[in-house]
Design a protein around this ligand. Sequence first.
Ligand code: FAD
Length: 406
Amino acid sequence: MNRPNIVILGAGYGGIMTAVNLQKKFSAEDAHITLVNKHDYHYQTTWLHENAAGTLHHDRTRISIKDVIDFNKINFVQDTVQSIDPKSKTVKLEDDELSYDYLVIGLGFESATFGIEGLKEHAFSIQNINSARLIRDHIEYNFAQYNLEKGERQDLITIVVGGAGFTGIEFVAELANRIPELCQEYDVPREKVRLLNVEAGPTALAGFDPELVEYAMNRLEEKGVEFRLGTMIKKVNEDGIVVEKDDEQEEISTKNVIWAAGVTGNSIVQESGFEVNRGRVPVRDDLRTPDYDNVFVVGDCAVIMNPETERPYPPTAQIAIQMADTVAHNLKQLLSGSDKFESFKPHIQGTVASLGHTDAIGVVFDDKKLYGRSASVMKKAIDNRYLMKLGGLGLVLKKGKLDMYH
Ligand code: FAD
């Protein structure tokens, strides 16, 4: 009998955890499993803001796929997915074409620019190792350039971060810690550097407990962050941005604009003809697409509704990792001819936002509020727990955040 052919696209949290789960559930004789990813490494997207700010080297964030995947059980293909044809059950790669019986789509997120003029062309965004490394290098280059321009170019050392949601705040916090080091390194007076955080909504960290939001904003303001809440970014060009508040416009000259205010599912999914809702597939309870019984979607390419709020759950690594358990279970059922599928239900164990190396805010175990060092320890424990699940103690020792109390 032919072995069923399972193809997993993307080695982000959802894709790689599906592969790790499947290699435990299946022997090489049970199924032919292929994992496709652009690079030969998995990266921790939730650490990319640290790489972009320069507070953590990107080699700490990337994990070699061969270190967590058993190549005797899973065939790894390093290539870039171009499109999927669910009717002919094929995937077009840059250098090849694959056919499948069962497909798992885990191609992650893309930056959403909401049609803001010039944003796509002139702003950076934190999306992957390459974009994070570019942001770090770009900011350092501008700091280095500042003195060569006789200290007359304020735009070189003005940094604007768009969005005060989870990612925006975590990135601003890392930058606030990094700037004093950059000033020292490049002979730039600290008081000359501006770090602005622009947010269209009335509050930072919308949805977080107001007491924790106040704590975060106070801590960041003490480190020199200028918040512009209720302020829209209207336009971005080569020389800076135009923002608007209460119908008043202001131009801010800057060479460093980083957009951290919105993401959507990978556009390949929509372009391949799958049903989407704002760029994400409204998956069934068992995480299959509405139209295809042999296609599952994990992570940020999928959208699931929270019945309590009647709004979609925000896409997170936490949910992507949990989805991978359900997909692996349901694939096993499907292959064994059973229709006893598991319905996916997220277990939100808490949300912790980092405010730099030793500071954080969060709510865990339903409603316990944490801030400061205890929240930071919790954040690192969550990160280490993921590494344990992915690659065991060896991986925790190699890549984990073990400096929990420093
Ligand atoms: P991703 O992690 O986006 O990975 C997608 C994978 O697919 C990548 O390996 C990529 O290389 C590959 N890929 C993409 N396109 C192709 C292609 N065409 N061909 C081949 N391979 C491709 N969530 C939390 O729960 N907690 C947090 O603290 C948190 N912090 C965050 C901080 C930042 C700075 C950011 C940006 C996000 C954060 N998130 C956090 C959200 C979280 O990172 C995402 O929800 C999560 O990464 C989604 O996982 P995923 O499996 O869908 O895909």
